[in-house]
Design a protein around this ligand. Structure first.
Ligand code: FAD
Length: 415
């Protein structure tokens, strides 16, 4: 692809730079910034204008993201609302649902979580067992969800539940919006090895959900969830495409205030220059072995940058990230692992259990502990490799024996 901006893109980039210079102020609270983004449509540029977006093209959204990252401006509201729940409600929801949910989502006033994974359904998501039983104008939902990020902070959850176990597994699923404060929703935080508890088990004990909160037709849950997951891939693709923010300072102090995942994302977005600065701070910038390791990590950043261009190209051609998203996610996972290993290497044994207030040691420790998550969320490394082997390398498809038989006849759990 031609990596230079077209004249129209260059003009847009200038406009966006000027807009950011006028609107983003260092020290602004998240809420203030999100309000500005929501008001101007930049919180979700790809959304149609009537729902609070700008009706922008993928290339416009990418340019905005690049310029935003370049100056270190905060991203739009956290959580899965804007990138995943919003586009799903726009595509499959009712007009009433769009009016009720989209505006507070864009302003970050209501946080959303994703109630998809279950103890027996992660990679094989269509194996969900949470039940939804119709009762007049309501559904009674019971089951267990797991790994639900930010469930404890969320107002609403997007929920997949099985309304008919006698149908084949992909067909018996319906999609709902679940009030996370409703009676019967029990949230149990799961403490991770970083010491934080960003994700949770969510027990649904006869939770009553109005039929008004069903998204799509009864039985269309799998199709609707594919929209959510395609938008997740799109967000992963766009998220990794910022500038390298060569000049952005590395302030490890702020790492204290964030989750480990956020610290990791910000450090990676700052590019290899951040590692050079940290190496200097550690007094190792002239050490030949360290320089060799740094060069290796730098190479991986470059691999990621070029893999990112593949995703950009696909998005700009309006194709949506297909298999490029899988290669991009794998390359990203390898990069974050290499960055964590590098930080541990320059920190020494102190990174194994930082007890004092040394910011570098603490960051190295947290990164090292949180890195395994990236090879699991949004589809594990093995699943991405399956996709690449089937769709790029043309290898034989995995045998799928249970897609056509009624779900309640499929053997579940351990033998
Ligand atoms: C940080 C984090 C946040 C998350 N947030 C959410 C959330 O908010 N909401 C939500 O619903 N879920 C969330 N998840 C769950 C995530 O989507 C699942 O963990 C993931 O899809 C894997 O499912 P699983 O954990 O059930 O593992 P399994 O699917 O049981 O997989 C176990 C192992 O077997 C391998 N495996 C499975 N099937 C195959 C196959 N066909 N071929 C080869 N290998 C295979 C896997 O790669 C893995 O190594 C989150 C996970 C993490 C780590």
């Amino acid at each position: 692809m031609d990596l230079r901006d077209t004249p129209a893109e260059a003009e847009l980039r200038e406009e966006i730079r000027a807009w950011l210079a006028d609107n983003w102020r260092e020290g602004m609270s998240r809420e203030q910034w999100w309000a500005v983004l929501a008001e101007t449509g930049w919180a979700a540029p790809l959304w149609p204008k009537q729902y609070g977006g700008r009706g922008a093209s993928a290339s416009e959204a990418i340019i905005f993201n690049q310029e935003r990252q370049e100056i270190g401006a905060e991203p739009p509201p956290r959580g899965i609302g804007v990138p995943m729940a919003g586009p799903t409600i726009i595509q499959h929801g009712t007009e009433e649902q769009r009016r009720r949910f989209l505006a507070p989502m864009l302003r970050g006033e209501e946080m959303w979580c994703q109630l998809f994974s279950e103890p027996g359904a992660g990679s094989d998501l269509a194996a969900i067992q949470t039940k939804a039983v119709r009762d007049g104008d309501e559904w009674v939902v019971s089951g267990q969800k797991v790994w639900t990020t930010h469930a404890q902070l969320a107002s609403w959850g997007i929920l997949m539940a099985r309304h008919d176990p006698a149908l084949p597994k992909h067909q018996g699923i319906t999609y709902f919006i679940c009030d996370m404060k409703a009676p019967g929703v029990e949230i149990v935080p799961l403490k991770e090895m970083t010491g934080e508890a960003i994700f949770n088990e969510v027990f649904l004990n006869e939770v009553r959900i109005s039929d008004d909160l069903r998204v799509g037709a009864v039985g269309d849950g799998w199709k609707v969830s594919m929209t959510t997951l395609a938008n997740e891939r799109m967000a992963l693709g766009l998220g990794g495409l910022g500038g390298t923010a060569a000049g952005a300072p590395v302030d490890l102090a702020e790492a204290d205030a964030e989750s480990s995942l956020e610290t990791m994302g910000k450090l990676i977005a700052r590019g290899p220059h951040a590692l050079v600065e940290l190496t200097r701070q550690a007094g190792l910038i002239d050490d030949p072995v360290t320089r060799q390791k740094l060069a290796k990590v730098f190479t991986m950043y470059e691999v990621n940058r070029f893999t990112g261009y593949r995703i950009t190209t696909a998005l700009m051609k309006g194709q949506g990230p297909g298999v490029e998203a899988s290669t991009g996610k794998l390359a990203y996972n390898q990069l974050v692992r290499a960055v964590a290993d590098y930080l541990v290497a320059i920190s020494g044994p102190g990174a194994m259990g930082a007890v004092d207030d040394d910011k570098l040691l603490k960051t190295a420790e947290r990164l090292n502990l949180v890195v395994p998550a990236t090879s699991i969320y949004g589809g594990t490394d093995q699943i991405q490799r399956n996709i690449i082997s089937e769709r790029v390398l043309g290898m034989p498809k995995e045998p799928r024996t249970d897609a056509e038989i009624p779900f309640n006849e499929i053997r579940k759990g351990a033998a």
